[in-house]
Each structure stands twice: as C-alpha cells, then as structure tokens.
Design a protein around this ligand. Structure first.
Ligand code: FAD
Length: 381
C-alpha cells in the first residue's frame, strides 16, 4: 500500500498549487465581490491543459486520469472554490458525458473545444420540482421526424450561461418502459431557439461561478443529439455523479486545507494579551482539529479515487468521501473564521469567502442526506 503520489501527479499538484497561489488568489476576492465570471483564469487554465486532464490525447486531452483532475481541484479549492467548481463542472459534468457516452461524431464535434477550455459544457439534471429525486424528471423530449422537441425547465445549472458555454446535456423523459419513465440525455447546443437561460442566481457562495435556470420551450435539436442509447439517461447520470462526488470531495478537501493554511498564518501574526494567538492552546487545538479533518477528507477521496482507477465499484467510497469532505469544509470554515475574529467576518479575508462557499458542498452533486442514503443502501439496508 503506497499513498505516495507518482512523479507526474506530484508535478501536476505543484504546478497547480503555484498557479492557484500566484494567479487565482490575487484576483479571487475581487471577482467574488463583483460576482464576475473568471474568464481570464479559465483561459489560463485551458492553456495549462487542466480542462483536458482526464481525456484521451486524440480528443485534445492530456491523457491523464481522474485522480489528476482531483489533485488540481484540491489545489484550486485551497484558494478559491468558484474557480474550482467551474473546472469541476466543465470537466466532470460538461465534457465527461460526451467522452463517455458520445458517438465518434459527437466526440469529434465537441471534445476538442471542451478539453481545451475554449468552450464549456454543462449538465442539466435538476429541475424546479426537485433534484434529489432525479428520476422524477418532468422535462420531456419527443421525436418529431428527425428532430427531438424538448419542453420543460432546469434549475441551478453550473456553467450554463457563460459567453463560452457551447452545450448543455439535458435529461428528459422520452417515453415509458415497463410502466416507468424512460429518461434519455440529449445535447442542446447553446443558443438553440426556444432555450432561455435565466439571469445568474444571486448566491450565498460560489459567487463568481455561473449558475442559472433554463427554460425549454419547443426546443428542436437533431435526432442524432441523443447521447448514447435512448432510455439510458438515468444510468448515465448516476455513473457521472459517482465520479463527480470524488471530484467534489477533492474540492472540499482543498477548502478545508485552505482554512488550515490561512489560520496557521494568521495565528502566528495576530497577538492578543501580549502573545501570538497561536501560542494559546485553545487556538492550537482548534487548528490541530482542522488539520485532522482536512487530512481525513484527503484520505477518503484518495481511497475512492484509487478504487475508481482500478475499475472497482466505488459508489460507497465516493459517497463517504463527499460526506467526510463537506463536513470537514463546513467545520473548518467555521473554525477558521473564529480564529480570525472580527476580520473573519470581513470580505477582504479569504476565510469569510470559505465560510460562504462551504455550505453548498453539503447540497450540490447529491445532498448529505442522499450520500447517507447511498451508503446505507450499499450496506444492504
Ligand atoms: C450552486 C449550485 C450548483 C448546482 N449545479 C448543478 C448542475 O450543474 N447541474 C444540475 O443538474 N444540478 C446542479 N445543482 C443542483 C443540486 O444538485 C441540487 O440542488 C441537489 O441535488 C438537491 O436538490 P434540490 O435542491 O432540489 O433539493 P431537494 O431534492 O428538494 O431536497 C430538499 C431537502 O430534502 C432532503 N431530502 C430529499 N429527499 C430525501 C429523502 N429521501 N430522505 C431524506 N432527506 C431527503 C434533501 O437532502 C434536502 O435537504 C446545483 C446546485 C447548486 C446550489
């Protein structure tokens, strides 16, 4: 058993760590305050190959693996979750379904732009009526000649309305099979008539990431925009979400670690009662507990990623990692803000941003309740 990173993984981690510290950190606070999408950072991440990390070179990717993506997300999450989620959603929800289930024609059409970061893809699963019970999808798609006609609405869709969004893969009911809804995935190119993308939501956190609602009103796309087999949409998104949970766990680990980084630095600099606050055991124990949570979260996502890369079932480990890391992120963000005292409540310090960003980790890509349900089910309950 060896938890040492390979030379390639270690090099990638170091490169992204430096990029996050020198390029992302200096601009993250301002973009967040203005709620501005990080176009320049995205362009630079594209040039570094981050959007292509887990994809084959023939599709413009870097030929790496999913763990490489996780390492990059952890390092970005240490300084800014908005940038990290933009990358996570673009790769795991935008490009991955095309790479995994797309026809050679769909892959050739979309992947080079998505893997280079020149364009972003999005995944529209959640609806206004509910996200956890995804099988309750109400959006419909019916075949009319050689076109699908889509009607319905989607909520909270990441990367769906940027100036470089190229497509949204939408889940829709395409019929009925054995008395159950037949759900399929259909690629809807951005700008298709009938597709309305709402204004950005005003969010508690992830302020500079792009999240919007979608309305589909007789949206017509060619029949060949069906992704993979008709009726496989539900199975497709379940597998995409399992992987995505490992990626989100890496992002949450980064946030938890970023809280440790900031707290150690501040506890050394800040004095109270004539001594650095870091010399008081109450602060030391708080930071030690934060380090334990970040470390545990990292081990949990490494374990899930290792199983995923070995091709073994990893549903339970992915849910455990997501749960552990979102708990760690929430607890560390609360404690880091406390270490900073009043400055922790001021937007100019990163820990306040971490505090607002942590909450959604308990909600997106399956809530904490859903992770517990998955774990219990895997235990045979
Ligand atoms: C910033 C952001 C970005 C997002 N990006 C995307 C995206 O790109 N694509 C996409 O498709 N979706 C996206 N989502 C949606 C996200 O995945 C859903 O919000 C999430 O799955 C929960 O669904 P819901 O909000 O409808 O809550 P609901 O499903 O209505 O759940 C409400 C509450 O009830 C609980 N609950 C539900 N069922 C049960 C049960 N059986 N037992 C116990 N408790 C239960 C839930 O855990 C939750 O606490 C995003 C959300 C946010 C906030």
């Amino acid at each position: 058993m060896d938890l040492t990173l390979s030379e390639e993984h270690a090099e990638l981690r170091a490169t992204v760590e430096q990029f996050a510290r020198t390029v992302v950190a200096p601009v993250a606070g301002e973009l967040y305050e203005r709620g501005e999408f990080p176009y320049d950072v995205v362009r630079r991440m594209g040039a570094m190959g981050l959007f292509g990390l887990p994809f084959a070179e023939e599709h413009g990717g870097m030929g790496g693996d999913y763990f490489a993506l996780c390492l990059a997300l952890e390092e970005l999450g240490r300084v800014d979750s908005s940038v990290a989620i933009t990358l996570e959603a673009a790769v795991s929800l935008g490009a991955m379904p095309i790479a995994r289930f797309g026809s050679p024609t769909q892959q050739a059409r979309w992947l080079p732009r998505l893997t280079s970061g020149e364009a972003l893809g999005a995944f529209g699963l959640t609806e206004p009526g509910g996200g956890s019970d995804a099988a309750a999808t109400r959006t419909t798609a019916r075949l009319d000649g050689d076109e699908w006609v889509l009607n319905g609405a989607k909520s909270f869709i990441t990367n769906s309305g940027t100036a470089i969004t190229a497509l949204i893969t939408v889940t829709a009911v395409t019929g009925e099979r054995d008395g159950r809804k037949e759900i399929s995935s259909i690629v809807v190119p951005a700008g298709t008539p009938g597709l309305t993308v709402s204004e950005k939501y005003s969010k508690v956190g992830w302020a500079s990431s792009d999240t919007r609602g979608l309305f589909l009103d007789d949206v017509r796309v060619p029949a060949e925009n069906l992704l993979g087999e008709r009726g496989r949409g539900y199975a497709q998104f379940l597998s995409i979400l399992d992987e995505g949970r490992v990626a989100i766990a890496a992002l949450g680990t980064g946030l938890a670690q970023g809280c440790v980084d900031e707290s150690v630095r501040y506890a050394r600099e800040r004095s109270a009662f004539g001594a650095p606050i870091g010399s008081y055991q109450a602060i030391q124990f708080k930071i030690a507990d934060m380090e334990v949570r970040a470390h545990t979260a990292r081990l949990a996502y490494y374990a899930a990623a290792a199983k995923m890369l070995r091709g073994e079932p990893f549903k339970k480990e992915a849910a455990v990692a997501k749960l552990v890391s979102s708990d760690a992120a929430m607890a560390n963000a609360r404690d880091a803000t406390q270490v900073f005292g009043g400055y922790g409540f001021m937007n100019e310090y990163a820990v306040g941003r971490f505090y607002r960003d942590a909450k959604v980790l308990e909600i997106g890509e399956g809530t904490s309740e859903i992770q517990r349900m998955l774990i219990a089910r895997e235990l045979g309950l």
